[in-house]
Write a protein that binds this ligand. Structure first.
Ligand code: PAF
Length: 280
């Protein structure tokens, strides 16, 4: 497995190589089974599987955990080697944002970036879109893989790729969960043992709403309110529980074919997100 730490070396490394299909798994490191599922999907679909590890400063707000975000490069490289990754790209902030972040060209996503998680995290999704666009330009993959756990992120990256005519496929990979149902996330590290058990309630709340919808209940606002109340009663600080059109992330309307039920809530030091799909 090659490990490359700057853009120029990456380009020089890739130049002499011929691949039928290059896959890219963008990550911020601190890898867990959810990331390894992305690598597995990448390996199955590509003859050359690249993983990027870059804790992207432009997607963190001023009061968020950029400085303390868990950085575990040695462990990550061991996991990626065992998973059969061909190349890891691990650039520095200076290499990705020469001249600093403030003057850097930014990709602005539009309304998709301002709803749901965008309300609590202004600027976050523009930072995600900018770094992902850069990675797409640097690596030029045929396909890129993202976890469905970050449904809003996946949706807006698909939208960006389509609207900016980026010549690649964006593939979502189902969420990997702990046996309790808790979605795997690097931020689960911030939870105490007791909070980790309690955090599984998020998924149970989403599954209850899904079951009600599957039974024919279309009172979405009531279901959202019930879900938020259950989480608040268990000590969560709830950002939202929302039933949305899975593609446009707007409240369901006559054009809606598939729903996504999404939630974001803080528990202790962690901000947790999860979502499930439901066909109507
Ligand atoms: O999902 C993540 O880990 C990040 O948002 C991503 C897509 C790697 C961009 O920094």
């Amino acid at each position: 497995m090659d490990v490359v730490h700057d853009i120029a070396t990456l380009r020089a490394t890739l130049e002499g190589q011929r691949h039928v299909r290059t896959g890219l798994v963008p990550t911020m490191g601190n890898l867990h089974a959810g990331h390894l599922a992305l690598v597995q999907a990448c390996r199955q679909a590509s003859d050359f599987c690249m993983v990027s590890i870059f804790v992207n400063p432009t997607q963190f707000g001023p009061n968020e955990d950029f400085a303390n975000y868990p950085r575990t490069l040695d462990d990550d490289l061991r996991l990626l080697e065992a998973a059969g990754t061909d190349l890891v790209f691990n650039p520095s902030v200076d290499d990705m944002y020469p001249g600093g972040q403030d003057d850097h060209v930014s990709v602005t996503v539009g309304s998709l970036a301002h709803k749901l998680c965008g309300e609590a995290r202004p600027g976050h999704f523009d930072g995600v879109a900018t770094v992902v666009a850069k990675l797409f330009n640097i690596v030029a993959p045929n396909e890129a893989f993202f976890g469905e756990k970050d449904w809003q992120q996946l949706t807006l990256i698909r939208t960006m790729a389509r609207q900016l005519d980026m010549p690649l496929e964006v593939t979502g990979v189902p969420t990997v969960r702990e046996p309790s149902g808790l979605a795997m996330s690097s931020r689960n590290k911030y939870l105490s043992d007791e909070e980790r058990e309690r955090a599984a309630l998020i998924n149970r709340v989403l599954m209850r709403i899904k079951a009600a919808i599957e039974r024919g209940d279309r009172a979405y606002a009531d279901a959202e309110a019930r879900g938020a109340r259950a989480l608040t009663a268990a000590g969560f600080d709830v950002d939202y529980v929302a039933v949305r059109d899975a593609v446009r992330l707007v409240p369901p309307d006559d054009d809606t074919r598939t729903l996504r039920i999404l939630a974001a809530a803080r528990l202790g030091r962690a901000r947790l997100i999860d979502n499930v799909g439901v066909a109507i």
